[in-house]
Structures are given as C-alpha cells and as structure tokens.
Design a protein around this ligand. Structure first.
Ligand SMILES: [Zn+2]
Length: 156
C-alpha cells in the first residue's frame, strides 16, 4: 500500500481512482482545475482537467492500458515519498499521459529489479522481513490488475 494511505492519514476515501478504480482521495484546485489523487495502489499524483478527460475516455474504451499510468504514477510517488519537494509531484497533462501509454512495457528482468528495489525501500536493515501487499503494490511492478486479466479472459 502506498505509504501515505495508512488508515490514520488525512486522505480519506472520497472518490474513485481514475487509473485503477479503487477507492481513493481526491481534491481539485478550483482556480487552476488541477486534480490531486491519493490512491493505495497508484500513489499520489496530479492531473490537469484535460488529462482527466483523457482518463474518462480511456475508461469508457475498456481502459486496459491504464495499468501503465498506474505504474508510472506509483513509481514517481515512491521516489518522492518522504521528500519535501513539490517538484517531485508534477502535474500531468494529457500529452504526458499519452507518452506513458505509448511507451513499451518493461522487460521481466526490469520488473524483478523494481520489486527488489521496492522491498528494499520498505525494510530498515538488510535481512529484515517485509511483506508485499499484492492487492495494492502490483502497480510497483507494472503488472495489470489480476481481476481485469480474469475478466478480459472471460470475455473472449
Ligand atoms: Zn489507483
């Protein structure tokens, strides 16, 4: 689970994540239209209204490629976690999202390295046991949600 989404955080569920459809926290800046989301699986990220329109379109179109966006947002949020630098949480436009969608999937070896790196970030010292929360942390690896895979397979 994204570490800013612990049960006692100031990010209660009031919305649905536009990337993975999980319960999430969101707020909008009325002056700029920028949307903030904090999701257990996708981390913390900012979008323009235009980018949100693209996400609504992607969801209506089946949304199978949204896992790439979940992966990119979670990786960025994990890199920025614990740092007090707002530039580490950029506001994504629809062009930014399209570039991520057009990028190829990472090879398996790179995904395994991401897993090791993520588990290393959770442990305080070498050899410490840590738990992998597959229901929320599958995005770290760039994996598609298991439930979506099953529904896609059943539809064929
Ligand atoms: Zn999400």
């Amino acid at each position: 689970m994204y570490r800013e989404r612990t049960p006692d955080t100031s990010f209660p569920n009031n919305s649905t994540c536009p990337l993975c459809d999980s319960p999430s926290y969101s707020e909008s800046e009325p002056r700029t239209g920028v949307l903030l989301f904090v999701c257990s699986a996708c981390g913390k990220f900012l979008f323009t209204e235009e980018a949100n329109d693209l996400l609504i379109y992607l969801k209506r179109d089946g949304g199978i490629d949204r896992y790439k966006l979940s992966h990119a947002m979670r990786r960025a949020a994990e890199r920025a976690f614990g740092k007090r630098d707002n530039s580490l949480f950029p506001c994504y436009s629809s062009d930014d999202l399209q570039k991520i969608l057009d990028s190829p999937d990472a090879p398996v070896q790179e995904k395994l390295n991401l897993l090791l790196s993520f588990l290393g970030s959770l442990s305080e010292y070498p050899g410490q046991c840590t738990e992998f929360d597959s229901s929320n942390d599958y995005t770290v690896l760039g994996s598609v949600d298991v439930h979506r895979v099953r529904s896609t397979a059943a539809a064929r």
